[in-house]
Design a protein around this ligand. Structure first.
Ligand code: NDP
Ligand code: 8X3
Length: 252
C-alpha cells in the first residue's frame, strides 16, 4: 500500500476519522475532507508524522465547491488511488407523514448527490490511469427499511444502486468499486440525527455493544488492501447484538 493516496470524505468524525487513522498506520497518504476545519487540522497534526496529509474543506452539497477543492490539490496529492465516499448522516427520525422536508433535502443532497459529485470529480483520473478503488459507505439501512427510516433508508438504498452502477460502468477500466454497509456504529451519527439531543442519541446505543468506528475502519482497510484481482463488492457488518435494523439484543 506504499505510495498510495486516499481521499476520505467525512474525515472530521466517526467512521471517516477512524479510517484516516487506520490508513495512516498502514502508510497510506491522506486527503482529509469535511467542513469542520479545526478537526481536520488536528487530525492532520496527529497523522503527519506517519504519512503525507492534506486537508480539503468543502460541503459535498455544493457542486462548485467540490470540483474547485479537488482541482486545487497540489501535485503530490493530485493522484488519488482510493476514494472513500463516507460523508453522510441521517437527519430526523419521523414517520413519513410528519417528516421535515429540510431533513429530506439534506439526506438526499448529502448522502446521494454529494457522493455523486465527489465521485464525478475523481473518477476521470482513475479512468485515464485505468486504476483506482472506490469504497462507498452504505448502511444496513440500504438493505432494509425500518420504521421512520423512510428517507434515510431511501438515500442508502440509492447508495447501494449507485455502488452497483459504478461497478458495472467502471469495470471496463479495471477500477474496483465496492460498498461497506455497517449496522449501528457509535459515532456522532445519532447526535446529528436528533439535532444535538445527546440523551436521545446515547439511548440508541444503550444496553448492547454497538460497533465502534475502528471496527469499521479495520474492515475498510482490509477491503482496500486485497490483491489487485480481488474486489469486495458488497459487505454488510453488524455488531453481534444486532440481527436486523430493528432486532437488537439488549440487556439492562
Ligand atoms: P458522523 O456524524 O460521526 O460523521 C459524519 C461525517 O460526514 C463528518 O465527518 C461530517 O463532517 C461529514 N459530513 C456530513 N455532512 C457533510 C456535508 N454536507 N459536507 C461534507 N461533509 C459532511 O457519522 P458516521 O461516521 O457514523 O457516518 C459516516 C457514514 O457512515 C455516513 O455515510 C453514514 O450514513 C454511514 N453509516 C453510519 C452508521 C452509524 O450507525 N453510525 C451505520 C451505517 C452507515 P463535517 O460535519 O465536518 O462536514
Ligand atoms: C446507520 C445505521 O440503523 O441507524 O446507517 O440506520 S441505522
Amino acid at each position: 500500500m506504499e505510495n498510495k493516496t486516499a481521499l476520505i470524505t467525512g474525515a472530521s468524525s466517526g467512521i471517516g476519522m477512524a479510517t484516516a487513522r487506520e490508513f495512516a498506520e498502514k502508510g497510506i497518504n491522506l486527503i482529509l475532507c469535511g467542513r469542520r476545519q479545526e478537526r481536520l487540522d488536528a487530525l492532520m497534526v496527529e497523522l503527519n508524522d506517519f504519512v503525507l496529509v492534506h486537508t480539503l474543506n468543502f460541503d459535498v452539497r455544493n457542486k462548485e465547491e467540490v470540483f474547485a477543492a479537488i482541482q486545487s490539490l497540489p501535485p503530490e496529492f493530485s493522484k488519488i488511488d482510493i476514494l472513500i465516499n463516507n460523508a453522510g448522516n441521517a437527519h430526523g427520525l419521523d414517520p413519513v407523514d410528519e417528516g421535515n422536508t429540510d431533513d429530506w433535502d439534506a439526506m438526499l443532497d448529502i448522502n446521494v448527490k454529494g457522493l455523486l459529485y465527489v465521485s464525478k470529480a475523481i473518477i476521470p483520473q482513475m479512468v485515464e490511469r485505468k486504476n483506482g478503488h472506490i469504497i462507498n459507505i452504505g448502511s444496513t439501512a440500504g438493505k432494509e427499511v425500518y420504521p421512520k427510516g423512510n428517507v434515510y433508508c431511501a438515500s442508502k438504498h440509492a447508495v447501494d444502486a449507485i455502488n452497483q452502477g459504478m461497478r458495472i460502468d467502471l469495470n471496463q477500466y479495471g477500477i474496483r468499486v465496492g460498498a461497506v454497509n455497517p449496522g449501528m456504529v457509535e459515532t456522532e451519527f445519532s447526535e446529528v440525527r436528533f439535532k444535538g439531543d445527546t440523551e436521545k442519541a446515547e439511548n440508541v446505543y444503550k444496553g448492547f455493544e454497538p460497533l465502534k468506528p475502528k471496527d469499521v475502519a479495520e474492515i475498510i482497510y482490509f477491503v482496500v488492501s486485497r490483491p489487485p484481482h480481488v474486489n469486495i463488492a458488497d459487505l454488510v457488518v453488524m455488531s453481534t447484538a444486532q440481527a436486523t435494523s430493528t432486532i437488537v439484543k439488549k440487556e439492562f
